[in-house]
Ligand binder design. Structure first.
Ligand code: PLP
Length: 366
């Protein structure tokens, strides 16, 4: 009988809750307004001839490189950051190699690393999800071949100083150090220009969040030109579809659209945090387009009750250190108002029935 590799057999299927997503979708950190109208116009102008062709990535890579101020040889367009992670794992991890991740974090680092047969070493974040710099440095060994850090992190919204990430890259020259900047626009700090000087540093970006293009599947992997050349060898020449390539320039050139949305989200992030505080809910100050909040034992009921009010949010109770926590995506003024009203209502309802307890202790090591 045909058998999958052992490493694959040991994986669990990762099935994000994509079914029945009707209502206000604040569960996947997507944009709540969608892409620029210029992108939609570009998509509408695609014809049968353009769809009949294999997609040509290179000219669009040049445009993206120039937007980022990088050399085109330093940039690989990918099928979302997910594929960038996958390609890095395929390029650098042999069975038995070690991959370091700081948890809680985005699930795909460990999935793709485990699929290569690597050992994933999870380093727990400190109190209030602070970055465990010393613990991470202590785990670096000659077998460390990948270190992946989301900055800002998902699901916590926490950040780590760029200097710390550079220190880690320096301490592990034998490892690919991925700084995943999927939420860069909501934070504003980046290490992308440092990929010129640091040969083992990679920075990933996505168009799935601030740009509202999660469905098109497009992201960026930037790094040292010699390393990107290696990663390119592993990638399909057609990994990014023709529709995504056709509209990427329109998306990038409508910075006003993205900036307006990002500014609105940043304002609403503050507003939501204030509101959570005034409801006496514990939350972690976020640098991304979502806020992690501690609900306690009623976390699943909270999510269900919000769904009953037409608002989808994501239960993160199963993430390490996130017991009783729920992640709320932040959107426009109107969407945040709807969220706040629904949260108030649910908190009052659950609280009045005596179920709204905070007995579970979150925040890694509180
Ligand atoms: C930290 C992080 N990286 C990457 C991704 C996935 O990005 P993409 O849609 O570009 O694959 C996500 C999505 O939630 C994320 O939170």
């Amino acid at each position: 009988m045909l058998e999958a590799r052992d490493a694959v057999k040991k994986l669990h299927t990762y099935r994000p809750p994509l079914a029945n997503r009707t209502g206000l979708r604040l569960d996947f950190n997507e944009s709540t307004i969608g892409c620029s109208p210029r992108v939609l116009a570009g998509l509408q102008s695609l014809d049968a001839d353009s769809l009949a062709r294999y997609p040509e990535r290179e000219p669009v890579e040049k445009m993206v490189a120039s937007f980022l101020g990088l050399d085109p040889a330093q940039v690989l367009l990918t099928n979302g950051v997910d594929e960038a992670i996958h390609l890095l794992c395929s390029t650098y991890l042999d069975p038995g190699d070690e991959a370091l991740i700081v948890v809680p974090t985005f699930a795909m680092y460990s999935i793709f690393a485990l699929a290569e047969g690597a050992h994933v070493i999870e380093v727990r974040a400190g109190d209030n999800f602070t970055f465990p710099t010393e613990q991470l440095l202590a785990q670096i060994s000659p077998r460390t071949r990948l270190i992946a850090v989301a900055n800002p992190n998902n699901p916590t919204g926490a950040v780590v100083a760029g200097q710390v990430l550079l220190q880690i890259a320096q301490a592990a020259p034998q490892a690919a150090v991925l700084v995943d900047e999927a939420y860069f626009e909501f934070y504003g700090e980046t290490l992308i220009d440092r990929t010129r000087q640091i040969p083992n540093l990679f920075v990933a970006r996505t168009f799935s969040k601030a740009y509202g293009l999660a469905g098109l599947r497009i992201g960026i992997l930037a790094g040292d030109a010699r390393q990107i050349e290696m990663v390119r060898r592993v990638a399909s020449p057609y990994n990014v579809n023709v529709a995504a390539l056709a509209v990427l320039a329109a998306a990038i050139h409508d910075q006003d659209y993205v900036n307006r949305y990002v500014a609105e989200v940043r304002r609403n992030r503050e507003r939501l945090q204030l509101e959570l505080g005034s409801l006496a809910l514990r939350y972690w100050p976020s640098h991304a387009n979502f806020v992690l909040v501690h609900i306690g034992l009623a976390h699943a009921e909270f999510v269900q009750e919000l769904r009953a009010r037409g608002v989808l949010v994501r239960d993160r109770h199963s993430d390490p250190g996130c017991e009783g926590c729920v992640r709320l995506t932040v959107g426009t003024d109107e969407h945040t108002q709807t969220l706040i009203l629904a949260v108030r209502d649910v908190v009052t309802q659950i609280g009045l029935r005596g179920k709204f307890q905070t007995r579970l202790s979150p925040g890694a090591r509180p």
